[in-house]
Design a protein around this ligand. Structure first.
Ligand SMILES: C[S@@+](CC[C@H](N)C(=O)[O-])C[C@H]1O[C@@H](n2cnc3c(N)ncnc32)[C@H](O)[C@@H]1O
Length: 280
């Protein structure tokens, strides 16, 4: 693997083997591995595509298009898993408008050097190369578009309203701006009325940031060695396991973790979220 990396001029990424045995991409700048637990293909499928019920939503969509924002495209494992679902949907299903946000295409370029390991063989590899070359890949079932550059700036420009958001930046240590109240408020402003958002983080600070940004917040599935993930929704009734009042007790601890841009009354405001009211 190091030989392959060495063949890339000033590589910003390398291919590593995760604990599960799957290959994954590590960013040298962020010093973090993408999908480090169960590996990229399994995590993309379990955490993002299956939890979001993408297949079902494509089939049940009221309009002709279902919009998915893929925040932090990386090696495109989440995007390819979504594309695969869309490509095998029946003709009566909605077309998928998949918008990937990314400021560094190095991970996808690196993944294309080992297509079998990253689900990039055949048409999916062709799609990824078209996306990198022209910023777009289209089939009768899917329109996949790249928003190249800072995701927060690109979010402001979007005219499509997402039905589903995959929120997959590196950790708050490496990508602090994407875990703030401001970032989640930005995507909440764009969200469609039944939008749901999925992320691997189950941290209290991230959940508080989502609540303060106007999302209803719930517990997502355990994946690999993560005991929980997080699901957020515009409508609390779209959550299977919304956070309840018991969860709020952790916010009364003196050192309760809060997002970087939390206002002084963050705890009070989070506790006032409609999902915690007696009426729900
Ligand atoms: C954990 S990786 C994403 C893995 C990816 N979802 C996949 O399926 O392979 C995080 C990605 O977010 C990107 N990123 C971080 N901050 C960003 C920002 N402000 N704007 C755009 N992309 C960003 C990084 O460049 C990195 O590729």
């Amino acid at each position: 693997m190091s030989d392959e990396c060495a063949s890339h001029e000033r590589a910003s990424h390398e291919i590593v083997r995760t604990r599960s045995g799957a290959l994954a991409i590590r960013s040298l700048d962020a010093d973090e591995v993408m999908h480090p637990g169960v590996g990229p293909m399994a995590e993309a499928e379990q955490l993002y595509v299956r939890q979001s019920r993408l297949a079902e939503r494509l089939r049940a969509a009221e309009g002709p298009t279902l919009v998915l924002f893929d925040i932090g495209m990386g090696a495109a494992s989440n995007a390819i898993a979504a594309l695969a679902e869309s490509e095998c949907a029946p003709p009566s299903a909605a077309r998928l408008e998949l918008i990937s946000f990314e400021r560094d295409s190095g991970a996808l370029r690196m993944a294309l050097s080992q297509p079998a390991a990253f689900g990039l063989e055949g048409a999916f590899g062709e799609g990824a190369r078209a996306l990198l070359g022209r910023g777009r890949y289209e089939t009768s079932r899917t329109c996949w578009r790249l928003e190249d550059g800072d995701a927060l700036a690109a979010l402001v420009r979007q005219t499509s309203r997402p039905d589903i958001v995959f929120w997959d930046p590196f950790s708050p240590r490496a990508n602090p701006s994407l875990w703030t109240v401001a970032a989640f408020a930005q995507v909440r402003r764009k969200a469609g009325p039944r939008c749901t958002l999925f992320t691997y983080s189950a941290s209290t600070a991230v959940r508080v940031a989502l609540l303060l940004a106007g999302w209803a917040v719930g517990v997502g599935e355990a994946i690999g060695d993560k005991s929980a993930t997080t699901v957020a929704a515009v409508r609390a009734t779209d959550l299977e396991r919304p956070l309840d009042r018991n969860w709020l007790t952790r916010l009364s601890l003196p050192k309760a973790p809060l997002p970087f841009d939390a206002p002084a009354d963050a705890v009070k405001r989070a506790a006032a979220a409609p999902q915690f009211s007696v009426a729900g």
